[in-house]
Design a protein around this ligand. Structure first.
Ligand code: ZN
Length: 393
């Protein structure tokens, strides 16, 4: 089975290469806006649209015009990819999305080499070769396996990254039901496995929160759009970007460890929208525990549970493991030992003590065992778990 995969590396371009990236980004943005303008004018005068093919042909003509020689600096396929992006924007528009917007300096952050023919893009040591740019140093923090198909250069919070799309071959690993492991997701503990293993919440808010608060206070005191304001804004976005990278790094490490160890995973279908819904309520029916719940909302975003589930799912697909989602009703109140379901089984948030059989466990471990069992009962399709579950409460 051929599986596409993206590796992301931080680039360390030298001053010349940074200049090249900056100019290419500007040229791409110019070409995008040019294409958009051309499409609008063409439609206004003839009532007809333009194809990607004809815009590409026009682009080669514009490149030969005097005064537009600088359009020849970026790799030709990079600009063709911009034309393709334009055409995709229109496809989205025809399917009901908004009309394509003008590309502003603040919204245009990437360009792409859509093809990697004849070793034109390759890695040697900790250097990446890009057509017309040359060898760019980068942090080669993990092995890039597979055949390189595309490379996208992205600018994020002032730094450049390369997203390398590769294609890998994997065969599915057969798994039996008895090897299934249930996973309970939560706020205090990111993931608790039915084997008793657990992964903590990365607690990024505690680490980056004070810095973010300090910068936000500073920003609010500064004059809007002044040089100091812009500087603080840049620093703030760097802290946010760093927190995001730390979170993703943690989620990636945890999900990889779980997928490597177990051949079949059963997880709960999260209802994040319900969980993170505003607790304030209405004037006639004010919500309960508002402060408590808004703290929960913050930590929910902090943890990134939905993202974690996605990682588990696609990593299972990459590695040929079985992955199942079940509807998690009563998993926190049901006893995994005897099946007795009652809210009284939970004396505290973390504790589980069955009032029927006396079985005691950590509440999250009990829940993850229930999730594992739901996966066994419910068959392969999500949603059947609810009907198969005996509900006595
Ligand atoms: Zn029990």
């Amino acid at each position: 089975m051929r599986i596409p995969k993206v590796y992301k590396y931080k680039l360390c371009p030298n001053a010349t290469q940074k200049g090249v990236f900056r100019r290419w980004l500007g040229t791409c943005r110019f070409v995008y806006n040019l294409c958009l303008e051309h499409r609008i004018c063409h439609w206004q005068s003839t009532g007809q649209g333009l194809s990607e093919y004809s815009q590409n042909r026009d682009l080669t003509l514009v490149k030969k015009e005097p005064g537009f020689e600088w359009l020849n600096e970026p790799h030709s396929q990079v600009l063709q990819d911009v034309v393709r992006r334009m055409s995709l924007s229109f496809e989205h528009f025809f399917r009901g999305a908004g009309f394509p917007k003008w590309a502003s300096k603040h919204s245009w952050h990437s360009f792409r080499f859509p093809q990697a023919h004849n070793n034109s893009i390759r890695i040697e040591g900790s250097r990446l070769r890009l057509p017309k740019v040359g060898w760019v140093k980068f942090y080669y923090h993990r092995q890039c396996e597979g055949c390189i198909k595309q490379v996208t250069v992205k600018k994020q919070a002032g730094a450049y990254f390369a997203c390398i799309l590769v294609e890998q071959c994997h065969d599915p690993v057969p798994a039996s039901e008895s090897q299934a492991v249930g996973i309970d997701l939560g706020i205090a503990r990111l993931a608790t496995l039915s084997t008793g293993e657990w992964y903590a919440n990365p607690k990024l808010f505690q680490r980056f929160g004070p810095e973010v608060k300090r910068l936000q206070r500073k920003l609010s005191r500064q004059e809007y759009q002044s040089n100091g304001w812009k500087k603080t804004k840049r620093r703030l976005s760097r802290v946010h970007a760093k927190a995001k990278r730390c979170r993703q790094d943690y989620l990636h490490k945890a999900s990889t460890a779980i997928v490597r160890k177990y051949p079949a995973l059963v997880v709960e279908q999260l209802q994040l929208q319900n969980m993170s819904r505003s607790a304030r309520g209405t004037v006639s029916r004010p919500g309960k525990r508002v402060r408590c719940k808004s703290g929960l909302n913050r930590s929910l975003r902090d943890v990134g549970l939905g993202q974690f589930l996605e990682m588990l799912e696609y990593k299972c697909r990459w590695n040929g493991r079985s992955f199942k989602r079940v509807y998690p009703r009563y998993t926190s109140q049901k006893c995994a030992n005897c099946g007795h379901t009652s809210p009284e089984n939970r004396p505290t948030q973390a504790q589980f003590r069955c009032v029927n059989c006396g079985q005691a466990d950590h509440a999250d471990i009990n829940a993850s065992k229930n999730i594992r069992d739901l996966g066994r009962i419910s068959g392969s399709q999500y949603g059947q778990g609810l009907r198969a579950l005996p509900v006595s409460a």
